[in-house]
Design a protein around this ligand. Structure first.
Ligand SMILES: C[S@@+](CC[C@H](N)C(=O)[O-])C[C@H]1O[C@@H](n2cnc3c(N)ncnc32)[C@H](O)[C@@H]1O
Ligand code: SF4
Length: 361
């Protein structure tokens, strides 16, 4: 049985210039056909699905209207056994939150929200091309609490062009003051096929690794002092509020992804659905599979991936799985810490996590 279900909703109120997730601006003519395709795709897998965690990501799932969300989640409930669900997360953009929608989502069984705030600084929100103001993000957060959500994540980004250490510190302080249950703090990456990447290649934006390291250090320091546990490089939670769905990915569980661009990993197979909403709808309607990429995963590949992901978490990895000489070198270099047969990244190791992972796998 598959315990983790992801659904990709590829619509956004407006496309942000730094983002490479598969998405498009909301298109009313396509939405109903998309919802029906999602339900039909879910039927193909219903027999082997009994989700414990569900994650609606995107894009922006709440770019869908309340009736559309009711149609989709209600439809999935009719097709899939929801009786084991413990965590049901939905991603939101602050511009797409209303009390009516939040209450309807609670009634549909959604019990965790992840909202993209990115920054509380008006100038930086503009640099990011966000559709919402800081005041709107604050109001949306209050609405979520009013609607009864007691498990809320806020996404923040650092390393934004022009962002200073003082501005980032202020964004962290304002976020902590709201007392969310979870904070994701991502270092901006210049992804190919984004406007930001083009600007970087033109020299308009200049990534600054030294500043980024300082911003990351301040993140760990302030969030740690405020009682958040850094349970993964970019993710901080109050006790018992880790995202169980994401932990399942990082610790190597199987999962099924519905919708355009969604990945699935089941035992010795991984596939990715086509990253094109119209083509996804067409393929599902005509009875073809939606996957346009498949790979076989042997036990070694899965093991290597699991080490790389688990090392980024506070669970660490059994030292016996790491090459002895490399592990010793990394411990001597202050990047790894060994305790009771497990290896963990040190604070410095977390800053160089990708390089450490490459070294040990
Ligand atoms: C699917 S979005 C979250 C929900 C919603 N679409 C929104 O933006 O408010 C997931 C998160 O990824 C992060 N993100 C997107 N592009 C990124 C990039 N290029 N570098 C770092 N983080 C990025 C943002 O923090 C964003 O909130
Ligand atoms: S950051 Fe969020 S709202 Fe912006 S384009 Fe990406 S998925 Fe859409």
């Amino acid at each position: 049985m598959i315990s983790h279900l992801y659904a990709h909703i590829p619509f956004c109120p407006k496309v942000c210039p730094y983002c490479s997730f598969y998405k498009e601006a909301s298109d009313r003519n396509k939405t109903q056909a998309f919802l029906d395709a999602m339900l039909k795709e879910s039927e193909l897998h219903a027999g082997r699905l009994r989700p414990v965690t569900i994650f609606f990501g995107g894009g922006t799932p709440t770019a869908l209207s309340t009736p559309q969300l009711q149609y989709l989640i209600g439809g999935l409930r009719q097709r899939i056994d929801f009786s084991a669900v413990e965590e049901f997360t939905i991603e939101m953009n602050p511009a797409t939150v209303s009390l009516e929608k939040a209450a309807a989502l609670r009634a549909l069984g959604v019990n965790r929200v992840s909202m993209g705030v990115q920054s509380w600084d008006p100038g930086l929100l503009e640099t990011l091309g966000r559709v919402h103001s800081a005041a709107q993000a604050r109001r949306s957060y209050e609405i979520l609490r009013e609607a009864g959500f007691d498990n809320v994540n806020l996404d923040l980004m650092f390393g934004i062009p022009g962002q200073t250490l003082a501005q980032w510190r202020e964004s962290l302080i304002q976020t902590i003051a709201l007392q969310p249950d979870h904070i994701s703090a991502y270092c901006l990456t210049y992804e190919e096929d984004t406007e930001y990447f083009v600007r970087m290649t033109r020299g308009e934006y200049r990534p600054d690794e030294t500043l980024d390291a300082g911003l990351f250090e301040v993140t760990m320091e302030l969030l740690g002092a405020a009682g958040f546990e850094q349970y993964e490089i970019s993710n901080y939670a109050r006790s018992g509020r880790e995202c169980r769905h994401n932990l399942a990915y990082w610790l190597g569980s199987d999962y099924l992804g519905l919708g355009p661009s969604a990945f699935s990993t089941l035992q010795n197979e991984r596939w990715k659905n086509v990253s094109d909403t119209s083509e996804f709808i067409r393929r599902i309607a005509s009875g073809e599979g939606a996957a346009d990429f498949r790979e076989a995963l042997d036990a070694d590949t899965r093991k290597v991936e699991q080490i790389a992901f688990a090392l980024r978490t506070n669970r660490g990895v059994p030292t016996s799985l790491l090459p002895t000489d490399k592990a010793a070198q990394l411990v001597a270099g202050g990047l790894l810490r060994e305790e009771s047969g497990r290896s963990y990244l040190t604070q410095r190791g977390k800053m160089l996590a990708d390089a450490v992972a490459e070294d040990v796998i």
